[in-house]
Write a protein of this length. Structure first.
Length: 414
């Protein structure tokens, strides 16, 4: 009965000053909604990055050239001294990496030559290609590429320099402007050289930093013949490990083989190996840190809302001093006074928390800077518990202050 009476008094107090209660509730609402939305943005960003890297393959190693000059290293380790040299990655290096005895954890390799500032044209449409690659058919499987239409070029095309090309979805849309199927079989010009489109790759989606669909892939020998010349050096070698679990072993095998072939050691390697699994781990750690920072920022607004609850409850205690004196004079215990004001602050915070959760769900339905927020269940329960805790923690001091008032002093209060 005492609890029911305290709840009734608390509700009466909340309803007595509707505008004040609404504004106080609004502070909690904004804080809770901010926590849910910002943590959802962090989770959405993390999952988007993981998905994007996963589309590029999580069991892929990229061996690239490294140039040292004047005591510094481009793309890797610092080397002192005034010398300048360039490294060569050759087709023979690539072949050595497929040795089943020396490299048992490597499944496949593909050579990569690149060209810059390649412009593609089709009829009146022009498109500057972001990524231009000359390689062999194994590149597509290693890079986790799938076809939307058409077919890949063959090993015979790669060896003979046949003028065929596989293009990304972005290139197909900009040049042909219709479905991917309609681009297959069309003749496009790449820097004035005619190529027949044999296939269009399925869309991977932009990561925000680059567009993996803005891509043209042609046979390795055709790239050398028409774009890069017959240089013995590759831009890079793409290596596929047999599984994501043996990435470190595969990287060690690559380094052991190339160290021996290039007559270098770990201290002066003239190449670098990029591990896709390590990139995924780094990206995950970075986004986790970002999520914590976003949650901390939202937590500050929630703290401000809690201070607002305490402030309003102190004002309420001051305004209702005579009421407190009368209740204590007719026998109300200290516990009932504490319970009344504690329940009042709890109700305000709880209503704000429930409305904040609803607002957080609504706000998370809309993309933020191209990222779709993803609400996690634990953030909802945490927000609910935090809103209840705010009512209790920030209501204790005002409630104790009210309970400590002497009846004679409270009755004299003007």
């Amino acid at each position: 009965m005492m609890i029911a009476e305290c709840v009734r008094f608390a509700l009466t107090g909340v309803m007595a000053n509707k505008m004040r209660s609404i504004l106080t509730t609004l502070g909690i609402l904004i804080g809770i909604a901010s926590v849910i939305i910002l943590l959802a943005v962090g989770a959405g960003t993390s999952n988007a990055i993981k998905a994007q890297i996963g589309k590029l393959g999580t069991n892929v190693l990229t061996v690239s050239r490294q140039t040292t000059s004047g005591g510094r290293t481009v793309g890797g380790q610092a080397v002192t001294g005034p010398r300048s040299r360039g490294t060569n990655l050759t087709v023979q290096d690539m072949a050595a990496l497929t040795d089943p005895v020396m490299a048992p954890d490597i499944a496949a390799t593909a050579p990569v030559v690149t060209a810059q500032n390649v412009t593609s044209t089709y009829q009146d449409a022009t498109h500057t290609v972001a990524t231009f690659v000359g390689t062999t058919p194994s590149y597509f499987a290693i890079s986790n590429d799938t076809l939307a239409a058409g077919s890949y070029f063959s090993d015979g095309d790669a060896g003979s320099g046949t003028a065929v090309a596989v293009i990304g979805n972005t290139v197909a849309q900009d040049l042909v402007g219709s479905s991917a199927t309609s681009a297959v079989g069309q003749t496009i010009a790449l820097n004035g050289q005619n190529f027949v489109v044999s296939g269009v790759l399925a869309q991977k989606g932009s990561s925000g930093l680059n567009d993996p669909d803005d891509l043209v892939v042609i046979p390795y020998s055709a790239a050398q013949d028409k774009f890069t010349g017959y240089s013995p050096s590759l831009a890079s070698i793409t290596v596929q490990a047999k599984s994501a679990d043996v990435m470190n072993q595969a990287q060690n095998e690559v380094q052991m083989i190339l160290d021996a072939r290039h007559n270098v050691t770990s201290a002066n390697r003239d190449y670098q190996v990029r591990n896709q699994a390590q990139i995924l781990t780094t990206a995950t750690t970075t986004t986790a840190t970002l999520t914590v920072l976003l949650g901390a920022v939202a937590g500050i607004s929630l703290l401000v809302g809690g201070i607002g609850v305490m402030n309003i409850m102190l004002v309420t205690v001051t305004e209702r001093t005579r009421e407190i004196g009368i209740r204590k004079a007719i026998g109300a215990s200290r516990g009932s006074i504490v319970s009344q004001f504690l329940i009042e602050s709890f109700i305000i915070s709880l209503i704000g928390g429930v409305l904040g959760i609803a607002a957080g769900y609504v706000g998370s339905a809309f993309p933020v800077m191209g990222t779709q927020p993803e609400v996690q269940w634990w953030t909802v329960w945490l927000s609910f518990l935090v809103s209840a805790a705010i009512g209790l923690i920030f209501g204790i001091y005002p409630a104790n202050k009210a309970a400590k008032l002497r009846p004679i002093d409270a009755l004299r209060y003007e």
